[in-house]
Write a protein that binds this ligand. Structure first.
Ligand code: FES
Ligand SMILES: [Fe+2]
Length: 317
């Protein structure tokens, strides 16, 4: 691991490894996350799947394979593997008993996700499945930088940085952070200065954060004065030790007018991107302090860290 982050492994959880739009039917792509390569593909019927990269026959890279109906065909000798990775066809009638290891894959809200667990344990939870009726599709942005999902997600309880980094003239807790298994929830109110030189003009926003594991944060918020209700996704995926690929997404509840919806969506999306751009230089250069000196005014950092421990493999006795 990067010396700045003393974590034993990548934390367990669901992580976004691509966007739905990046993987049309029949496509096969090699991706690099969790310090390794993986191969993802989409079947002719539209199913998204992820496998280990090497063919068990003679080791060809399956990123050079192709989709054949609902199967993945290796490009080297044409052996075919089904959705569970089982070899279903070799040269003729004789089908060797072999398989490729597949990853649990999930497609939700225009994102492609996999379940990572250092010990190979099965998924024990899923990220939320939102009702998107009346909401715009998500708009996405992405950044890659030196950090760790535990660090980026800590932002959601770090009350002290809201006024300093994000130029909120006020920030307050609406609901204290609570943890429910793999989910941490908290609600905040903030006043954002619209014009930097006029601190008396501010817009209030209320938002509710749900952190589902360390790679998937969902925020629902509203700006009452503008009648905007929005959703943000903040999605951090480890690329390798000490590097993350963060995707951001925003959706808003539709207004009757399409033009107004588009303007407000763009405004909200730009807002999220610029808030994250303010965090980024800190994430990129900070190190994890295991025993931080905290003061009144800090958020529940210890609570977050205690909760986050569940995502790391138990230490060998
Ligand atoms: S190496 Fe994959 S079919 Fe031979
Ligand atoms: Fe932040």
């Amino acid at each position: 691991m990067d010396k700045r982050f003393p974590f034993t492994d990548f934390p367990s959880g669901w992580y976004v490894v691509g966007l739905s739009s990046e993987l049309p039917r029949g496509a096969v792509r090699t991706i690099r996350y969790f310090g390794r390569e993986l191969v993802m593909y989409r079947t002719e019927s539209g199913r998204f799947r992820v496998t280990e990269p090497y063919c068990p026959h003679l080791g060809a890279h399956l990123g050079r394979g192709k989709v054949d109906g609902e199967n993945l065909a290796c490009g080297f000798h044409g052996w075919k593997f089904d959705g569970r990775g089982v070899c279903v066809r070799a040269y003729g009638k004789n089908v060797p008993k072999t398989k490729i290891d597949t990853w649990h894959a999930l497609e939700r809200h225009q994102t492609l996700m996999v379940w990572y667990d250092a010990l190979g344990r099965e998924p024990s939870w899923e990220p939320p499945d939102l009702d998107t009726e009346g909401w715009t599709p998500f708009k996405f942005e992405s950044f890659e930088f030196a950090s760790h999902p535990q660090e980026t997600s800590e932002n959601s309880v770090d009350l002290g940085h809201f006024t300093e980094v994000h130029a909120f003239s006020k920030a307050w807790v609406l609901k204290d952070a609570v943890t429910e298994g793999p989910v941490l929830k908290a609600s905040y109110g903030v006043t954002k200065q619209v014009i930097p030189s006029l601190p008396q003009i501010g817009v209030d926003a209320h938002f509710h954060v749900q952190v589902h594991g360390l790679g998937y944060s969902y925020v629902q918020g509203e700006v009452p004065s503008l009648k905007v209700r929005y959703r943000h996704l903040v999605l951090s995926t480890p690329v390798s030790e000490g590097r993350v690929h963060m995707r951001l997404a925003t959706s808003i509840e539709r207004f009757r007018s399409r033009a107004l919806t588009e303007v407000m969506h763009r405004f909200t999306f730009r807002g999220l991107v610029s808030e994250v751009e303010s965090d980024l230089p800190f994430w990129e250069t900070k190190r994890y302090v295991e025993r931080p000196v905290l003061a009144r005014g800090d958020g529940p950092i210890h609570k977050y860290r205690k909760w986050a421990k569940q995502f790391y493999p138990p230490k060998a006795a």
